[in-house]
Design a protein around this ligand. Structure first.
Ligand code: HEC
Length: 285
């Protein structure tokens, strides 16, 4: 994706606010009042949009998610990170707690270490945050993360790379409502969930401050260090992204395993056929 394509626009939060109001009123109010309200609404929408129109970023720090195929330990670490740091706001409704058995976790461990008193193993991974609360706090509902890796894939970037880059691209920005901004998704309404681990950073830019023009990202400045070294942080994010990928495609691991077995069988069969052919022609010539 071209750096920041979706981000040029205002955060979805504000757009949602702008879209919703007139629809609820239609049919209940006389046309004139409705027209006036619509005008007022447009005015308010402009006011809301003006300050939040995110400036696009050139040279955003895109990176590839390190592979974690067939590494159940990494996936288990990713699951723990997800539950501790993401589930507070995001659910994963296509995954049930019991599905975590596929990562080699016993029921007792799932219940003790991950569920924190959530209903039952058969229940989907739901966030405690209600849609109303989310809209009130962030102006937008956090997307379900169950399929996010597939949803964010573009022609240029694999979904895992988008999420990996995104989680490494937060920086402090006092101009946004949350106090955070993101180089991969400028203007995003999500605060940096892992700031304590990564530390607080400011971003340095070069280039025109003209409205609409892209600023060139040139580097981070550390404001306060995190609990983890940058390497450890990246490794954790790689585990977390691998877990998000597993949620989106739980059969991926099986496919890789079955695929490898099939290739080995085909090679063996090919070898046998070749030997057979050699034997066969030996008698004929
Ligand atoms: C405090 C609440 C909160 C927490 C905690 C949180 N998020 Fe978010 N997240 C949001 C909100 C709100 C949005 C929607 C932002 C928007 O659309 O502007 C979002 C959006 C996202 C997106 C979509 C970004 C895009 O490109 O549209 C991803 C991916 C994401 N979050 C991943 C995570 C992960 C992984 C974690 C855990 C490390 C996490 N979030 C923790 C609130 C949160």
């Amino acid at each position: 994706m071209a750096p920041s394509a979706g981000a040029v626009e205002c955060s979805r939060a504000r757009r949602a606010v702008c879209r919703r109001a007139p629809r609820r009123l239609v049919g209940r109010l006389p046309a004139r009042l409705l027209a006036r309200l619509l005008l007022a609404h447009l005015f308010v929408a402009q006011m809301l949009l003006a300050p939040c129109r995110a400036q696009p970023v050139a040279d955003a720090p895109w990176a590839s998610a390190p592979p974690r195929d067939a590494q159940p330990r990494a996936l288990r670490r990713g699951a723990r990170l997800f539950v501790n740091h993401c589930l507070g706001c995001h659910g994963a409704r296509n995954v049930r707690w019991a599905d975590l058995r596929a990562l080699g976790l016993r029921d007792a461990r799932i219940e003790r270490d991950l569920m924190f008193g959530a209903d039952s193993l058969a229940a989907p991974m739901r966030s405690a945050l209600s849609a109303e609360q989310a809209r009130a706090w962030f102006g937008v509902e956090p997307p379900d993360l169950g399929l996010i890796v597939r949803a964010l894939a573009t022609r240029q970037h694999r979904g895992a790379d988008v999420v990996y880059s995104y989680l490494r691209a937060f920086y402090r920005d006092d101009a946004t409502p949350s106090g955070w901004n993101n180089l991969i998704r400028p203007g995003v309404a999500m605060p940096h969930a892992l700031w304590a681990q990564q530390g607080v950073r400011a971003a340095r830019f070069e280039g025109p401050a003209a409205p609409g023009a892209a600023r060139r990202f040139v580097g981070f400045t550390e404001l306060s260090p995190g609990e983890l070294t940058p390497r450890r942080y990246d490794a954790d994010i790689a585990d977390l992204v691998a877990y998000l990928q597993w949620m989106a495609e739980p059969e991926h691991e099986t496919r890789v395993r079955v695929g490898s077995i099939v290739v080995i069988i085909l090679i063996l069969l090919g070898f046998l056929t070749w030997r057979l052919r050699v034997e066969y022609w030996k008698d004929l010539t």
